[in-house]
Design a protein around this ligand. Sequence first.
Ligand code: ATP
Length: 512
Amino acid sequence: MRREDANKLAGYVDALRPIIYINHFDFHAVDELIVSISKGVAIHEYNEAGHYVDFKNKTPKGVIPESDNLEGFLAAFDDNSPQKVFLVLKDIHRYFSIDSHSYKPELIARLKSIAQRTMYNDGVYVTIFLVCSEFILPIELEKMVTVFDIPLPSLNEIESIISDYAKSFQIQIDENTLNELTVSFKGLSDFEIRQILNLAYQESGMIDVKDKNLVLKEKEQIIKKSGILEIVPVNSTMYDVGGLASLKKYLRDKSRIFNNLGEARKFGIDLPKGILIVGMPGCGKSLTAKATANQFSVPLLRLDIGKLMGKYVGESENNLRRAIKTAEAVSPCVLWIDELEKAFAGVGGSGGASDITTRLFGQFLTWLQEKESSVYVVATSNKLSALPPEFKRKGRFDELFLVELPDENERKKIFEIHLKKRKKLTEAVDVIKLLKVTEGYSGADIEAIVKETVETAFISDDRTVTTDKLLETIKNTKSISVTLADDIKKLKEEYEKYNFKKANAGGVDGKV
Ligand code: ATP
Protein backbone atom coordinates (compact mmCIF):
# COMPACT_ATOMS: atom_id res chain seq x y z
CA MET A 1 0.00 0.00 0.00
CA ARG A 2 1.39 3.37 -0.96
CA ARG A 3 1.35 6.47 1.16
CA GLU A 4 0.24 8.63 -1.82
CA ASP A 5 -2.81 6.40 -2.37
CA ALA A 6 -3.74 6.61 1.29
CA ASN A 7 -3.29 10.39 1.31
CA LYS A 8 -5.40 10.79 -1.80
CA LEU A 9 -8.18 8.63 -0.39
CA ALA A 10 -8.05 10.43 2.97
CA GLY A 11 -8.32 13.70 1.03
CA TYR A 12 -11.57 12.52 -0.57
CA VAL A 13 -12.98 11.52 2.82
CA ASP A 14 -12.00 14.83 4.41
CA ALA A 15 -13.61 16.67 1.51
CA LEU A 16 -16.85 14.84 2.39
CA ARG A 17 -17.09 12.94 -0.86
CA PRO A 18 -20.08 10.79 0.14
CA ILE A 19 -19.52 7.74 -2.09
CA ILE A 20 -16.12 6.45 -3.18
CA TYR A 21 -16.02 3.72 -5.80
CA ILE A 22 -12.95 1.49 -5.66
CA ASN A 23 -12.87 -0.88 -8.60
CA HIS A 24 -10.41 -3.56 -7.53
CA PHE A 25 -10.32 -7.33 -7.22
CA ASP A 26 -7.97 -7.52 -4.25
CA PHE A 27 -10.32 -6.79 -1.34
CA HIS A 28 -7.61 -7.50 1.21
CA ALA A 29 -5.43 -4.70 -0.18
CA VAL A 30 -8.40 -2.32 -0.26
CA ASP A 31 -9.26 -3.18 3.38
CA GLU A 32 -5.73 -2.27 4.42
CA LEU A 33 -6.00 1.02 2.61
CA ILE A 34 -9.33 1.91 4.23
CA VAL A 35 -8.12 0.99 7.72
CA SER A 36 -5.04 3.14 7.22
CA ILE A 37 -7.14 6.27 6.75
CA SER A 38 -9.93 5.49 9.22
CA LYS A 39 -8.36 7.30 12.20
CA GLY A 40 -10.56 5.37 14.60
CA VAL A 41 -13.81 5.92 12.69
CA ALA A 42 -16.15 2.91 13.02
CA ILE A 43 -16.18 0.75 9.89
CA HIS A 44 -19.24 -1.31 8.99
CA GLU A 45 -18.91 -3.88 6.24
CA TYR A 46 -21.52 -5.55 4.11
CA ASN A 47 -19.64 -8.28 2.33
CA GLU A 48 -19.86 -9.92 -1.08
CA ALA A 49 -21.70 -12.93 0.34
CA GLY A 50 -24.51 -10.67 1.53
CA HIS A 51 -23.71 -10.42 5.25
CA TYR A 52 -23.09 -7.68 7.74
CA VAL A 53 -19.67 -8.61 9.14
CA ASP A 54 -17.05 -7.33 11.52
CA PHE A 55 -14.60 -5.39 9.36
CA LYS A 56 -11.56 -6.69 11.25
CA ASN A 57 -12.19 -10.40 11.61
CA LYS A 58 -15.02 -10.82 9.04
CA THR A 59 -17.27 -12.69 11.48
CA PRO A 60 -21.01 -12.07 11.09
CA LYS A 61 -22.57 -9.31 13.18
CA GLY A 62 -26.22 -9.23 13.99
CA VAL A 63 -26.64 -5.96 15.81
CA ILE A 64 -28.57 -4.14 13.15
CA PRO A 65 -32.02 -5.62 12.44
CA GLU A 66 -32.27 -7.41 9.14
CA SER A 67 -28.55 -7.15 8.86
CA ASP A 68 -28.33 -9.91 6.27
CA ASN A 69 -30.12 -7.70 3.88
CA LEU A 70 -28.44 -4.73 2.31
CA GLU A 71 -31.52 -2.55 2.48
CA GLY A 72 -31.91 -3.21 6.20
CA PHE A 73 -28.20 -2.61 6.68
CA LEU A 74 -28.31 0.75 4.90
CA ALA A 75 -31.59 1.87 6.49
CA ALA A 76 -29.88 1.84 9.88
CA PHE A 77 -27.55 4.63 8.69
CA ASP A 78 -30.11 6.65 6.79
CA ASP A 79 -31.12 9.27 9.36
CA ASN A 80 -30.08 12.69 10.59
CA SER A 81 -28.60 11.72 13.93
CA PRO A 82 -24.97 12.84 14.18
CA GLN A 83 -22.67 10.03 13.20
CA LYS A 84 -19.26 9.48 11.72
CA VAL A 85 -18.88 6.07 10.08
CA PHE A 86 -17.44 4.31 7.06
CA LEU A 87 -19.70 1.86 5.25
CA VAL A 88 -17.78 -0.62 3.13
CA LEU A 89 -20.04 -2.39 0.62
CA LYS A 90 -18.42 -5.14 -1.39
CA ASP A 91 -19.38 -6.38 -4.84
CA ILE A 92 -22.82 -4.86 -4.79
CA HIS A 93 -22.48 -3.77 -8.43
CA ARG A 94 -24.94 -6.48 -9.52
CA TYR A 95 -27.75 -4.44 -7.96
CA PHE A 96 -26.87 -1.54 -10.27
CA SER A 97 -27.36 -3.20 -13.68
CA ILE A 98 -30.72 -2.17 -14.99
CA ASP A 99 -30.95 -5.33 -17.12
CA SER A 100 -29.95 -7.74 -14.39
CA HIS A 101 -32.37 -9.83 -12.29
CA SER A 102 -30.75 -8.42 -9.19
CA TYR A 103 -31.39 -4.77 -10.14
CA LYS A 104 -32.62 -2.86 -7.09
CA PRO A 105 -33.58 0.77 -7.68
CA GLU A 106 -34.64 1.13 -4.02
CA LEU A 107 -31.04 0.46 -2.98
CA ILE A 108 -29.76 3.12 -5.31
CA ALA A 109 -32.30 5.54 -3.81
CA ARG A 110 -31.14 4.59 -0.32
CA LEU A 111 -27.48 5.22 -1.20
CA LYS A 112 -28.44 8.57 -2.67
CA SER A 113 -30.37 9.49 0.45
CA ILE A 114 -27.46 8.67 2.77
CA ALA A 115 -25.06 10.53 0.48
CA GLN A 116 -27.26 13.63 0.55
CA ARG A 117 -27.41 13.65 4.32
CA THR A 118 -23.62 13.61 4.42
CA MET A 119 -23.47 16.43 1.91
CA TYR A 120 -26.06 18.70 3.51
CA ASN A 121 -26.63 17.78 7.19
CA ASP A 122 -24.23 18.98 9.86
CA GLY A 123 -22.95 16.18 12.00
CA VAL A 124 -23.71 13.41 9.50
CA TYR A 125 -20.50 12.02 8.10
CA VAL A 126 -21.16 8.70 6.43
CA THR A 127 -18.60 7.75 3.83
CA ILE A 128 -19.72 4.89 1.62
CA PHE A 129 -16.99 2.82 -0.05
CA LEU A 130 -18.25 0.76 -2.96
CA VAL A 131 -15.53 -1.87 -3.33
CA CYS A 132 -16.36 -3.85 -6.45
CA SER A 133 -14.51 -6.11 -8.80
CA GLU A 134 -16.51 -4.64 -11.68
CA PHE A 135 -17.31 -1.06 -12.44
CA ILE A 136 -21.01 -0.47 -12.91
CA LEU A 137 -22.37 2.89 -11.89
CA PRO A 138 -26.04 3.84 -11.90
CA ILE A 139 -26.73 7.20 -13.54
CA GLU A 140 -28.62 8.39 -10.45
CA LEU A 141 -25.43 8.20 -8.39
CA GLU A 142 -23.02 9.50 -10.96
CA LYS A 143 -22.69 13.02 -9.55
CA MET A 144 -22.13 11.78 -6.01
CA VAL A 145 -19.57 9.12 -6.73
CA THR A 146 -15.83 9.66 -6.74
CA VAL A 147 -13.93 6.97 -8.56
CA PHE A 148 -10.72 6.00 -6.83
CA ASP A 149 -8.17 4.04 -8.82
CA ILE A 150 -5.38 2.22 -7.07
CA PRO A 151 -2.43 2.75 -9.37
CA LEU A 152 -0.17 -0.13 -10.30
CA PRO A 153 3.20 -0.32 -8.54
CA SER A 154 5.93 2.02 -9.77
CA LEU A 155 9.38 0.71 -10.77
CA ASN A 156 10.80 1.48 -7.32
CA GLU A 157 7.92 -0.32 -5.66
CA ILE A 158 8.33 -3.35 -7.92
CA GLU A 159 12.01 -3.45 -7.04
CA SER A 160 11.10 -3.45 -3.34
CA ILE A 161 8.49 -6.19 -3.81
CA ILE A 162 11.09 -8.44 -5.50
CA SER A 163 13.85 -7.66 -2.99
CA ASP A 164 11.52 -8.22 -0.03
CA TYR A 165 10.32 -11.48 -1.51
CA ALA A 166 13.89 -12.67 -2.13
CA LYS A 167 14.89 -11.70 1.41
CA SER A 168 11.95 -13.50 3.01
CA PHE A 169 12.86 -16.75 1.24
CA GLN A 170 16.61 -16.16 1.48
CA ILE A 171 17.00 -16.24 -2.28
CA GLN A 172 20.16 -14.72 -3.75
CA ILE A 173 19.30 -12.31 -6.54
CA ASP A 174 21.93 -10.38 -8.49
CA GLU A 175 21.55 -6.78 -9.55
CA ASN A 176 21.09 -7.49 -13.25
CA THR A 177 18.26 -9.97 -12.57
CA LEU A 178 16.64 -7.48 -10.23
CA ASN A 179 16.77 -4.68 -12.84
CA GLU A 180 15.55 -6.84 -15.70
CA LEU A 181 12.68 -8.34 -13.74
CA THR A 182 11.67 -4.96 -12.33
CA VAL A 183 11.20 -3.53 -15.83
CA SER A 184 9.36 -6.57 -17.13
CA PHE A 185 6.96 -6.64 -14.16
CA LYS A 186 5.86 -3.08 -14.91
CA GLY A 187 2.12 -2.96 -15.49
CA LEU A 188 1.27 -5.87 -13.20
CA SER A 189 -0.43 -5.51 -9.82
CA ASP A 190 1.23 -6.25 -6.53
CA PHE A 191 -0.82 -9.45 -6.35
CA GLU A 192 0.18 -10.61 -9.86
CA ILE A 193 3.85 -9.90 -9.21
CA ARG A 194 3.83 -11.98 -6.05
CA GLN A 195 2.03 -14.80 -7.85
CA ILE A 196 4.71 -14.92 -10.54
CA LEU A 197 7.49 -14.82 -7.96
CA ASN A 198 5.82 -17.72 -6.15
CA LEU A 199 5.52 -19.68 -9.36
CA ALA A 200 9.16 -19.03 -10.30
CA TYR A 201 10.38 -20.01 -6.87
CA GLN A 202 8.27 -23.17 -6.75
CA GLU A 203 9.46 -24.24 -10.20
CA SER A 204 13.19 -23.78 -9.73
CA GLY A 205 13.86 -22.81 -6.12
CA MET A 206 15.38 -19.57 -7.37
CA ILE A 207 14.57 -16.39 -9.24
CA ASP A 208 16.52 -15.47 -12.36
CA VAL A 209 16.33 -13.52 -15.60
CA LYS A 210 14.67 -16.45 -17.40
CA ASP A 211 11.59 -15.81 -15.27
CA LYS A 212 10.86 -12.92 -17.62
CA ASN A 213 9.16 -15.56 -19.77
CA LEU A 214 6.67 -16.16 -16.99
CA VAL A 215 5.95 -12.46 -17.00
CA LEU A 216 5.38 -12.48 -20.74
CA LYS A 217 3.02 -15.43 -20.44
CA GLU A 218 1.16 -13.66 -17.66
CA LYS A 219 0.82 -10.56 -19.82
CA GLU A 220 -0.50 -12.61 -22.74
CA GLN A 221 -3.01 -14.15 -20.36
CA ILE A 222 -4.07 -10.72 -19.25
CA ILE A 223 -4.80 -9.70 -22.83
CA LYS A 224 -6.67 -12.91 -23.60
CA LYS A 225 -8.72 -12.74 -20.42
CA SER A 226 -9.66 -9.16 -21.05
CA GLY A 227 -11.31 -10.24 -24.31
CA ILE A 228 -11.25 -6.62 -25.39
CA LEU A 229 -7.88 -6.23 -27.00
CA GLU A 230 -6.44 -8.36 -29.74
CA ILE A 231 -2.77 -9.14 -30.21
CA VAL A 232 -1.89 -8.59 -33.85
CA PRO A 233 1.07 -10.55 -35.20
CA VAL A 234 3.63 -8.11 -36.57
CA ASN A 235 5.17 -9.30 -39.83
CA SER A 236 5.57 -5.97 -41.59
CA THR A 237 8.48 -3.60 -41.34
CA MET A 238 8.95 -0.05 -42.58
CA TYR A 239 10.67 -1.60 -45.64
CA ASP A 240 7.27 -3.00 -46.63
CA VAL A 241 5.77 0.47 -46.76
CA GLY A 242 6.36 2.22 -50.09
CA GLY A 243 6.54 6.01 -49.98
CA LEU A 244 5.12 7.88 -46.98
CA ALA A 245 8.65 9.16 -46.44
CA SER A 246 7.98 11.87 -43.90
CA LEU A 247 5.74 9.61 -41.81
CA LYS A 248 8.36 6.87 -41.80
CA LYS A 249 11.12 9.30 -40.86
CA TYR A 250 8.98 10.65 -38.03
CA LEU A 251 8.37 7.16 -36.67
CA ARG A 252 12.00 6.18 -37.03
CA ASP A 253 12.97 9.25 -34.94
CA LYS A 254 10.28 8.45 -32.37
CA SER A 255 11.49 4.88 -32.09
CA ARG A 256 14.87 6.17 -30.96
CA ILE A 257 13.12 7.93 -28.09
CA PHE A 258 10.71 5.09 -27.40
CA ASN A 259 13.47 2.53 -27.16
CA ASN A 260 15.36 4.65 -24.64
CA LEU A 261 12.56 6.01 -22.53
CA GLY A 262 14.46 6.13 -19.24
CA GLU A 263 17.29 8.16 -20.76
CA ALA A 264 14.91 10.34 -22.79
CA ARG A 265 12.88 11.20 -19.72
CA LYS A 266 16.00 12.22 -17.81
CA PHE A 267 16.92 14.42 -20.76
CA GLY A 268 13.59 16.24 -20.39
CA ILE A 269 11.70 14.69 -23.30
CA ASP A 270 7.97 14.09 -22.86
CA LEU A 271 6.75 10.57 -23.28
CA PRO A 272 5.50 10.05 -26.85
CA LYS A 273 1.69 9.76 -26.88
CA GLY A 274 0.98 8.64 -30.41
CA ILE A 275 -0.18 9.73 -33.83
CA LEU A 276 -3.31 10.01 -35.87
CA ILE A 277 -2.99 8.89 -39.48
CA VAL A 278 -5.80 10.03 -41.72
CA GLY A 279 -6.07 9.40 -45.41
CA MET A 280 -7.15 7.59 -48.52
CA PRO A 281 -8.33 3.98 -48.26
CA GLY A 282 -5.81 1.30 -49.16
CA CYS A 283 -2.79 3.60 -49.01
CA GLY A 284 -0.82 2.07 -46.16
CA LYS A 285 -2.29 3.43 -42.92
CA SER A 286 -2.85 0.03 -41.31
CA LEU A 287 0.38 -1.24 -42.80
CA THR A 288 2.24 1.63 -41.13
CA ALA A 289 0.54 0.94 -37.79
CA LYS A 290 1.86 -2.64 -37.95
CA ALA A 291 5.32 -1.55 -39.07
CA THR A 292 5.44 0.92 -36.17
CA ALA A 293 5.24 -1.90 -33.64
CA ASN A 294 8.07 -3.59 -35.49
CA GLN A 295 10.15 -0.42 -35.62
CA PHE A 296 9.59 0.10 -31.86
CA SER A 297 10.24 -3.63 -31.15
CA VAL A 298 7.08 -3.93 -29.05
CA PRO A 299 3.82 -5.91 -29.32
CA LEU A 300 0.90 -4.56 -31.33
CA LEU A 301 -2.53 -4.52 -29.70
CA ARG A 302 -5.68 -3.62 -31.60
CA LEU A 303 -8.56 -1.92 -29.85
CA ASP A 304 -11.98 -2.16 -31.44
CA ILE A 305 -13.98 0.55 -29.74
CA GLY A 306 -17.21 -0.79 -31.22
CA LYS A 307 -16.68 -3.94 -29.17
CA LEU A 308 -16.54 -1.94 -25.96
CA MET A 309 -20.16 -0.93 -26.14
CA GLY A 310 -22.14 -2.69 -23.45
CA LYS A 311 -25.80 -2.59 -22.61
CA TYR A 312 -25.53 -1.80 -18.94
CA VAL A 313 -24.97 1.65 -17.57
CA GLY A 314 -21.27 2.10 -17.06
CA GLU A 315 -20.40 -1.13 -18.85
CA SER A 316 -18.83 0.60 -21.85
CA GLU A 317 -16.78 2.89 -19.64
CA ASN A 318 -15.72 -0.10 -17.60
CA ASN A 319 -14.66 -1.90 -20.77
CA LEU A 320 -12.58 1.06 -21.91
CA ARG A 321 -10.96 1.31 -18.48
CA ARG A 322 -10.13 -2.38 -18.68
CA ALA A 323 -8.75 -2.04 -22.19
CA ILE A 324 -6.56 0.85 -21.12
CA LYS A 325 -5.41 -0.96 -17.99
CA THR A 326 -4.62 -4.04 -20.06
CA ALA A 327 -2.62 -2.05 -22.60
CA GLU A 328 -0.74 -0.37 -19.75
CA ALA A 329 -0.09 -3.76 -18.21
CA VAL A 330 1.63 -5.02 -21.32
CA SER A 331 3.37 -1.74 -22.12
CA PRO A 332 5.62 -0.84 -23.78
CA CYS A 333 3.33 -1.54 -26.70
CA VAL A 334 1.64 0.06 -29.69
CA LEU A 335 -2.12 0.39 -29.30
CA TRP A 336 -3.72 0.55 -32.73
CA ILE A 337 -7.19 2.01 -33.04
CA ASP A 338 -8.50 1.34 -36.52
CA GLU A 339 -11.35 3.37 -38.00
CA LEU A 340 -11.31 5.88 -35.19
CA GLU A 341 -14.16 7.80 -36.82
CA LYS A 342 -16.52 4.85 -36.38
CA ALA A 343 -15.82 4.66 -32.69
CA PHE A 344 -16.68 8.23 -31.92
CA ALA A 345 -19.05 9.12 -34.73
CA GLY A 346 -21.16 12.16 -34.05
CA VAL A 347 -19.37 13.36 -30.93
CA GLY A 348 -19.18 17.15 -30.87
CA GLY A 349 -20.69 17.37 -34.36
CA SER A 350 -24.18 17.98 -35.63
CA GLY A 351 -24.85 14.26 -36.12
CA GLY A 352 -25.31 13.75 -32.42
CA ALA A 353 -23.81 10.87 -30.54
CA SER A 354 -25.27 8.74 -27.79
CA ASP A 355 -24.47 9.65 -24.21
CA ILE A 356 -22.35 6.53 -23.92
CA THR A 357 -20.25 7.41 -26.97
CA THR A 358 -19.77 10.96 -25.72
CA ARG A 359 -18.71 9.71 -22.31
CA LEU A 360 -16.34 7.13 -23.80
CA PHE A 361 -14.84 9.82 -25.96
CA GLY A 362 -14.25 12.07 -22.94
CA GLN A 363 -12.69 9.21 -21.03
CA PHE A 364 -10.42 8.30 -23.94
CA LEU A 365 -9.35 11.90 -24.49
CA THR A 366 -8.50 12.41 -20.82
CA TRP A 367 -6.44 9.24 -20.84
CA LEU A 368 -4.62 10.31 -23.99
CA GLN A 369 -3.90 13.72 -22.55
CA GLU A 370 -2.70 12.54 -19.16
CA LYS A 371 -1.09 9.31 -20.30
CA GLU A 372 2.15 8.55 -18.53
CA SER A 373 2.62 5.00 -19.66
CA SER A 374 4.60 3.74 -22.61
CA VAL A 375 1.51 2.84 -24.63
CA TYR A 376 2.03 4.43 -28.05
CA VAL A 377 -1.30 5.04 -29.75
CA VAL A 378 -1.57 4.80 -33.53
CA ALA A 379 -5.08 5.77 -34.59
CA THR A 380 -6.11 5.46 -38.22
CA SER A 381 -9.08 6.87 -40.05
CA ASN A 382 -10.14 7.89 -43.53
CA LYS A 383 -13.20 10.00 -42.78
CA LEU A 384 -11.97 13.24 -41.35
CA SER A 385 -15.41 14.82 -41.32
CA ALA A 386 -16.72 12.16 -38.93
CA LEU A 387 -13.95 12.71 -36.38
CA PRO A 388 -14.68 14.89 -33.37
CA PRO A 389 -12.85 18.25 -33.69
CA GLU A 390 -10.89 17.59 -30.50
CA PHE A 391 -8.83 14.97 -32.32
CA LYS A 392 -7.90 17.32 -35.11
CA ARG A 393 -6.29 19.83 -32.80
CA LYS A 394 -2.69 19.29 -31.93
CA GLY A 395 -1.91 18.32 -28.35
CA ARG A 396 -4.08 15.23 -28.14
CA PHE A 397 -1.91 13.23 -30.47
CA ASP A 398 1.72 14.25 -30.93
CA GLU A 399 1.23 14.61 -34.67
CA LEU A 400 -1.49 14.34 -37.30
CA PHE A 401 -0.50 12.86 -40.66
CA LEU A 402 -2.35 12.89 -43.93
CA VAL A 403 -1.83 9.99 -46.35
CA GLU A 404 -2.66 10.76 -49.96
CA LEU A 405 -2.79 8.60 -53.06
CA PRO A 406 0.79 7.63 -53.98
CA ASP A 407 2.63 9.83 -56.48
CA GLU A 408 4.81 8.40 -59.28
CA ASN A 409 7.87 7.85 -57.12
CA GLU A 410 5.81 6.17 -54.45
CA ARG A 411 4.01 3.95 -56.92
CA LYS A 412 7.40 2.86 -58.20
CA LYS A 413 8.42 1.87 -54.70
CA ILE A 414 5.12 0.05 -54.06
CA PHE A 415 5.39 -1.92 -57.32
CA GLU A 416 8.95 -2.86 -56.44
CA ILE A 417 8.00 -3.98 -52.92
CA HIS A 418 5.20 -6.24 -54.11
CA LEU A 419 7.12 -7.65 -57.07
CA LYS A 420 10.13 -8.31 -54.89
CA LYS A 421 7.97 -10.00 -52.27
CA ARG A 422 6.95 -12.49 -54.96
CA LYS A 423 10.48 -12.67 -56.42
CA LYS A 424 9.30 -11.16 -59.72
CA LEU A 425 11.36 -7.96 -59.82
CA THR A 426 13.40 -9.09 -62.81
CA GLU A 427 14.86 -7.57 -65.96
CA ALA A 428 11.64 -8.42 -67.78
CA VAL A 429 9.85 -5.73 -65.77
CA ASP A 430 10.35 -2.02 -66.45
CA VAL A 431 8.52 -0.46 -63.50
CA ILE A 432 8.92 3.07 -64.90
CA LYS A 433 6.57 2.16 -67.76
CA LEU A 434 3.84 1.30 -65.26
CA LEU A 435 3.79 4.64 -63.52
CA LYS A 436 2.10 6.91 -66.08
CA VAL A 437 -0.85 4.55 -66.39
CA THR A 438 -1.39 4.10 -62.67
CA GLU A 439 -2.19 7.67 -61.67
CA GLY A 440 -4.98 7.54 -59.05
CA TYR A 441 -4.25 3.93 -58.03
CA SER A 442 -3.87 3.16 -54.32
CA GLY A 443 -1.22 0.92 -52.75
CA ALA A 444 -3.86 -1.79 -52.36
CA ASP A 445 -4.76 -1.45 -56.09
CA ILE A 446 -1.10 -1.88 -57.02
CA GLU A 447 -0.76 -4.92 -54.78
CA ALA A 448 -3.84 -6.42 -56.42
CA ILE A 449 -2.35 -5.80 -59.91
CA VAL A 450 0.90 -7.55 -59.00
CA LYS A 451 -0.92 -10.45 -57.36
CA GLU A 452 -3.18 -10.98 -60.34
CA THR A 453 -0.37 -10.75 -62.87
CA VAL A 454 1.69 -13.26 -60.94
CA GLU A 455 -1.28 -15.62 -60.78
CA THR A 456 -1.96 -15.29 -64.51
CA ALA A 457 1.73 -15.87 -65.25
CA PHE A 458 1.68 -19.06 -63.21
CA ILE A 459 -1.03 -20.62 -65.36
CA SER A 460 0.44 -19.29 -68.64
CA ASP A 461 2.89 -21.26 -70.76
CA ASP A 462 6.04 -19.25 -70.16
CA ARG A 463 5.37 -18.46 -66.50
CA THR A 464 7.10 -15.08 -66.69
CA VAL A 465 5.99 -11.74 -65.33
CA THR A 466 6.69 -8.98 -67.87
CA THR A 467 5.98 -5.29 -68.26
CA ASP A 468 3.38 -6.04 -70.93
CA LYS A 469 1.53 -8.52 -68.73
CA LEU A 470 1.46 -5.98 -65.93
CA LEU A 471 0.21 -3.28 -68.33
CA GLU A 472 -2.51 -5.67 -69.49
CA THR A 473 -3.69 -6.24 -65.91
CA ILE A 474 -3.61 -2.50 -65.23
CA LYS A 475 -5.83 -1.94 -68.27
CA ASN A 476 -8.39 -4.34 -66.81
CA THR A 477 -8.19 -3.03 -63.26
CA LYS A 478 -10.15 0.02 -62.22
CA SER A 479 -8.41 2.19 -59.66
CA ILE A 480 -10.01 3.32 -56.45
CA SER A 481 -10.22 6.81 -57.99
CA VAL A 482 -12.61 5.35 -60.56
CA THR A 483 -14.56 2.82 -58.50
CA LEU A 484 -15.07 5.22 -55.63
CA ALA A 485 -14.82 8.43 -57.65
CA ASP A 486 -17.38 10.44 -55.65
CA ASP A 487 -16.02 9.35 -52.29
CA ILE A 488 -12.42 10.06 -53.27
CA LYS A 489 -13.35 13.51 -54.55
CA LYS A 490 -15.15 14.29 -51.29
CA LEU A 491 -12.24 12.99 -49.21
CA LYS A 492 -9.78 15.13 -51.19
CA GLU A 493 -11.87 18.27 -50.61
CA GLU A 494 -12.19 17.41 -46.95
CA TYR A 495 -8.44 16.87 -46.51
CA GLU A 496 -7.64 20.20 -48.15
CA LYS A 497 -9.42 22.02 -45.33
CA TYR A 498 -6.96 20.78 -42.72
CA ASN A 499 -3.34 21.54 -42.38
CA PHE A 500 -2.11 18.08 -41.50
CA LYS A 501 1.48 17.03 -41.98
CA LYS A 502 1.80 15.27 -45.32
CA ALA A 503 2.90 11.68 -44.85
CA ASN A 504 3.92 11.50 -48.50
CA ALA A 505 6.27 14.51 -48.37
CA GLY A 506 10.01 14.17 -47.98
CA GLY A 507 11.58 12.76 -51.09
CA VAL A 508 11.38 9.45 -52.85
CA ASP A 509 11.45 7.34 -49.75
CA GLY A 510 12.35 7.83 -46.14
CA LYS A 511 15.36 5.97 -44.90
CA VAL A 512 14.34 3.39 -42.35
P1 ATP B 1 -8.22 1.52 -45.10
O1 ATP B 1 -8.43 2.98 -44.83
O2 ATP B 1 -9.14 1.03 -46.17
O3 ATP B 1 -8.18 0.66 -43.88
P2 ATP B 1 -5.32 1.52 -45.25
O4 ATP B 1 -4.74 2.84 -45.66
O5 ATP B 1 -5.23 1.16 -43.84
O6 ATP B 1 -6.78 1.41 -45.82
P3 ATP B 1 -3.71 -0.77 -45.77
O7 ATP B 1 -4.56 -1.79 -45.08
O8 ATP B 1 -2.51 -0.32 -45.08
O9 ATP B 1 -4.61 0.44 -46.18
O10 ATP B 1 -3.34 -1.31 -47.21
C1 ATP B 1 -3.88 -2.50 -47.74
C2 ATP B 1 -2.79 -3.29 -48.43
O11 ATP B 1 -2.34 -2.58 -49.60
C3 ATP B 1 -1.57 -3.44 -47.57
O12 ATP B 1 -1.59 -4.61 -46.82
C4 ATP B 1 -0.42 -3.46 -48.58
O13 ATP B 1 -0.20 -4.75 -49.04
C5 ATP B 1 -0.94 -2.60 -49.71
N1 ATP B 1 -0.43 -1.22 -49.58
C6 ATP B 1 -1.15 -0.11 -49.36
N2 ATP B 1 -0.35 0.96 -49.29
C7 ATP B 1 0.91 0.53 -49.45
C8 ATP B 1 2.18 1.16 -49.45
N3 ATP B 1 2.30 2.47 -49.28
N4 ATP B 1 3.26 0.39 -49.62
C9 ATP B 1 3.16 -0.93 -49.80
N5 ATP B 1 1.99 -1.59 -49.82
C10 ATP B 1 0.86 -0.87 -49.64
